[in-house]
Design a protein around this ligand. Structure first.
Ligand code: H79
Length: 587
């Protein structure tokens, strides 16, 4: 379940300059550490410093729990109307038997607090068009169309306000699968009259966003989604409406047309390198967003902590989703996983709250780094086996080191490396945290470096410089709505260059492997800048797979350029994802 954290970035001259800039700017001042007056609104502070929030997908789709007429629909359970091609009128009739009477706002808020989350964003109307609040502008809502007749958005907003959490509402502004005129919705009304998107927007979307921003007290944000073909004027109107009613509420970038107060990255995407500006990463507890009764791929605490730390270390805020079931209950697996995550967050609050991005700008082979009030926090997922944790490229002296809430540690410098002497047993089962106090303003050379320990250091193609070939990000769906991303290089010819600059602590042999794909027999060569070369031949297939090249000799410690080329074979089909480098221990 644990994903590799060892991802690096290459260093061009511009890259180095950018990284140095990042190193200085990535020590974002936290609310308490800055000497300048903090002019941010409460909402901005919750977003910037809270760094961890709960997303809830709850709607009429939750009633189906991923199944329609005895058939399972995998992936996004909130898309079941679309997946099962349920006609709008038939879908709307389901509301009459939707009775989530076990929805307990206080219990949900308690769970969010136990998890260490600082606000909640809940779907008030997803693409299906069903409002989970009492709306005067469309009867297809939880108070008018169901036996429950409770405004669950009000209950949750009140519980959040009572307990000091922020509350934000998701609202799908462009798609509406049941309102005439909404995108992917019916084109005509009950009388057969053609309805335009403009009418839907005017008569349902705008009035409902007005309700959400006037009836539920102060809110954290409005999370618009899938702007589709929304016009610039429509996006502007939505932003203006939120601003008028809730001057401090944030608006997500998915309001469309380049607007919004912060960027939401793609569903399930964690960037490999630090991302500038105010942004949010999003992921889900199951595979889809709405609850599915047969999806057992619950994220473990280990996964959630790793992703939370990765997002914070890249400079973002993490919004993590759960889906209540048809009765409104939080599934026990989700609650258990979040509670365990929360125990970790409460042990290491400085790693999350007010924490800033890593000066290294990317993950390190054993984990990741965040900053807080001038200190460095090393979050170690793969605890070293030999009592030495190696930190590459830190130019400052370390004045104190300790395991958070634990013993003091000795450190020493070896060239550009800092060695932290750590106990053999890992202090924390989930992820251990080492605190470094450093002398002066932090300065880091973030050139990718091979971990001197036995971990494989993986260098994705994003960290390479390339010539005469094409690096592209591929995205694809596994299950419906389950997005995966992978950058790879293609368009390789005999003239192409793919090069990584990598720092080696010791001379010696390094075991190299390539993650690649292709079609049939293909010959490869890797050269180090000192002249040592290795070659190999693989029978490649269309799927990415790891292929070992073997021992490459590095004669001198320090930075080296490694060049990878395809010397023969079916160039056109070749794709390169990453390389991995592992020190060969000979004594
Ligand atoms: O609410 C969650 C998703 O339901 C919603 N955003 C997150 C937060 C979302 N809506 N759309 N998408 C995500 C993108 C999905 C696009 C696709 Fe499709 C769905 C691609 C394939 C299935 C739509 C239908 C486009 C092609 C077919």
């Amino acid at each position: 379940m644990r994903r590799k954290a060892n991802l690096y970035r290459s260093t061009t001259a511009l890259g180095v300059a950018l990284m140095m800039l990042m190193a200085l700017s990535s020590c974002r001042p936290s609310a308490t550490s800055t000497e300048e007056p903090d002019n941010r609104s409460n909402q901005e502070i919750l977003f910037d410093d809270g760094n961890f929030a709960m997303f809830i997908h709850f709607g009429l789709y939750s009633k189906m729990e991923g199944e329609w007429k005895g058939k399972r629909y995998y992936g996004n359970a909130e898309w079941i109307k679309h997946q099962a091609e349920i006609p709008a009128d038939e879908y709307m009739k389901e509301a009459a038997s939707f009775n989530p009477d076990e929805f307990d706002a206080e219990a949900i808020v308690k769970l969010a607090r136990d998890a260490g989350m600082r606000y909640i964003v809940i779907t008030s109307k997803h693409h299906e068009g069903f409002a989970m609040f009492d709306s005067d502008f469309c009867d297809f809502n939880i108070c008018d169309a169901t036996p429950l007749k409770r405004d669950l958005m009000k209950e949750l907003a009140d519980a959040c306000h009572r307990n000091g959490l922020g509350i934000g509402f998701y609202y799908s502004q462009w798609q509406d699968w049941t309102a005439p005129g909404g995108a992917r919705g019916p084109e005509t009304d009950a009388e057969g009259r053609k309805v335009t998107f403009e009418e839907y927007f005017r008569n349902k979307c705008i009035p409902q966003v007005n309700e959400l921003t006037t009836k539920y007290g102060e809110i954290q944000l409005i999370w618009f989604d899938t702007p589709g073909e929304l016009s610039k004027e429509a996006s502007e109107e939505l932003v203006a409406l939120v601003r008028k009613n809730q001057p401090h509420a944030l608006v997500s970038s998915r309001v469309g047309n380049g607007m919004g107060d912060y960027d939401t990255l793609n569903d399930m995407q964690v960037p490999l390198v630090n991302h500038e500006g105010r942004w949010e990463g999003i992921d889900v507890m199951q595979v889809g967003w709405g609850f599915s009764k047969f999806d057992n791929e619950w994220k473990t605490p280990d996964y959630i902590v790793h992703e939370l730390v990765s997002v914070v270390a890249r400079g973002g805020n993490f919004l993590f989703n759960i889906g209540p079931d048809s009765k409104g209950r939080i599934p026990e697996q989700a609650a258990a996983s979040l509670r365990e995550t929360g125990k970790w967050v409460k042990k290491y609050p400085q790693v999350v709250y007010g924490a800033g991005a890593s000066p290294w700008e990317h993950a390190l082979p054993w984990g990741d780094v965040v900053t807080n009030k001038g200190k460095l926090y090393l979050v170690v997922f793969d605890w070293p086996q030999d009592g030495k944790l190696w930190l590459p490229g830190l130019q400052n002296d370390v004045t104190a080191a300790k395991i958070v809430d634990g013993k003091k540690l000795a450190t020493r410098k070896e060239g550009t490396w800092t060695c932290i002497e750590v106990p053999y047993g890992r202090p924390d089962q989930l992820a251990s945290v080492v605190e470094l106090t450093i002398d002066g303003e932090i300065a880091v050379d973030s050139t990718p470096a091979v971990d001197p320990n036995e971990n494989a250091t993986i260098l994705p193609i994003e960290f390479a410089t390339t010539e005469k070939c094409k690096v592209a990000s591929n995205e694809w769906m596994e299950k419906f709505g389950e997005w995966k991303f992978k950058a790879s290089v293609s368009g390789i010819t005999a003239e192409s260059k793919v090069e990584w600059v990598v720092d080696f602590k010791e001379p010696g042999y390094y075991d190299v492997a390539i993650e690649c794909r292709g079609d049939g027999t293909t010959d490869w060569m890797m050269c180090a800048d000192e002249g040592n070369t290795i070659v190999d031949r693989y029978n490649l297939h269309s799927q990415y797979a790891w292929h070992r090249m073997g021992w490459l000799k590095i004669d001198g410690a320090g930075k080296h350029k490694l060049s990878l080329s395809v010397t023969d074979g079916n160039w056109e089909q070749v794709g390169i994802g990453s390389i991995s480098i592992t020190p060969v221990k000979l004594q």
